[in-house]
Every structure is written in structure tokens, then in C-alpha cells.
Ligand binder design. Structure first.
Ligand code: MG
Length: 163
């Protein structure tokens, strides 16, 4: 069974917080606000994976009302999604992502993010593609108040899991 999944997320930026995005730490004066580390790219990726698997959404599996997830690294949540929620024989064909951030410029960090996410998912680096865009100065994203991510995945599930 070939299945597509999509996920989106947005988190506010706040001065003086560490910035985690795509599973890595970026040097920047602002960081993403969230119950976890605020990594909107990983959250969108988790929702895309769960969607493709017909397994609900990130809020169902990792509720932000649960204090055990307070401050947790999103890389941990992604690892748990891959290893404990998706069936073990799931094949992830590819991940395609768009991150919208006015600042900082992300281009030079993208290969490191792709490597990190590929490592966690246990797939070749070539199966992950991340694109960075600005919002052309428009709206909350354009004012640098938030970072947003959109992710699609294509995966193969065993028919016995789906039917
Ligand atoms: Mg989120």
C-alpha cells in the first residue's frame, strides 16, 4: 500500500530562546516557542507520517497537556513516531518539506537538517528534501514573528496494517 501524508505547523519566535529547526540547533537571537522545543519542521513531518499511516495526529500521541513532554526535543518525538507508532516494516520513500522563515537564512543549514532527519528515520539522505522560503515580508511570517513548515511524505505500509 502506497500512502501519502501531509503535515503543517507554525510556531512563534521569541527573543532569547534557543532555535531548534529540522532537528538541529541554529545560531539565532530568537527561538521557537512551544511545549516541546518548538521545532515546527519536525512537528509537520510527524503529522505527515501519522497521516500517511492513518494514525491520527501529533496532538493525540504527544499531547501538550502532558507535562512529560514539556521541553522535550522534537527529535525524540520523531524517533518514537518512527520506532513505536509506525509499523516496523514501513518504507519511507521520500519526504518533501517547505520551511517559511523570513530570518535566519536557512540555506546553509539544510544539508545538516536533511542528514539529521534521515538518520532518525533510518532512510538515505537522498530521500529527504527541504526547501526554504521567505514570506516576502508579508504577514506574521514576513515580520519574522514565526516560522512555518509544510511537509508531504510518501510511504509504503503493509496491507494488513491498513485493511
Ligand atoms: Mg508544533
Amino acid at each position: 500500500m502506497i500512502r501519502v501524508g501531509m503535515g503543517t505547523d507554525i510556531h512563534r519566535l521569541e527573543m532569547g530562546r534557543p532555535l531548534f529547526l529540522g532537528g538541529i540547533s541554529l545560531p539565532w537571537e530568537k527561538g521557537l516557542v512551544g511545549h516541546s522545543d518548538g521545532d515546527c519542521l519536525i512537528h509537520a513531518l510527524i503529522d505527515a507520517l501519522l497521516g500517511a499511516a492513518g494514525a491520527g495526529d501529533i496532538g493525540r500521541h504527544f499531547p501538550d497537556t502532558d507535562p512529560s513532554y514539556l521541553g522535550i526535543r522534537s527529535t525524540t518525538l520523531l524517533k518514537q513516531t518512527r520506532e513505536e507508532i509506525l509499523p516496523a516494516d514501513t518504507v519511507i520513500y521520500n519526504v518533501d518539506a517547505v520551511v517559511t522563515a523570513e530570518e535566519p537564512r536557512l540555506a546553509s543549514f539544510i544539508p545538516t537538517m536533511e542528514n539529521r532527519l534521515a538518520e532518525i528515520l533510518g532512510i538515505p539522505f537522498s530521500r529527504i528534501n527541504i526547501k526554504a522560503k521567505t514570506n516576502e515580508g508579508l504577514g506574521d511570517l514576513g515580520r519574522g514573528e514565526a516560522i512555518a513548515a509544510h511537509v508531504v511524505v510518501l510511504l509504503q505500509l503493509s496491507p494488513h496494517y491498513v485493511d
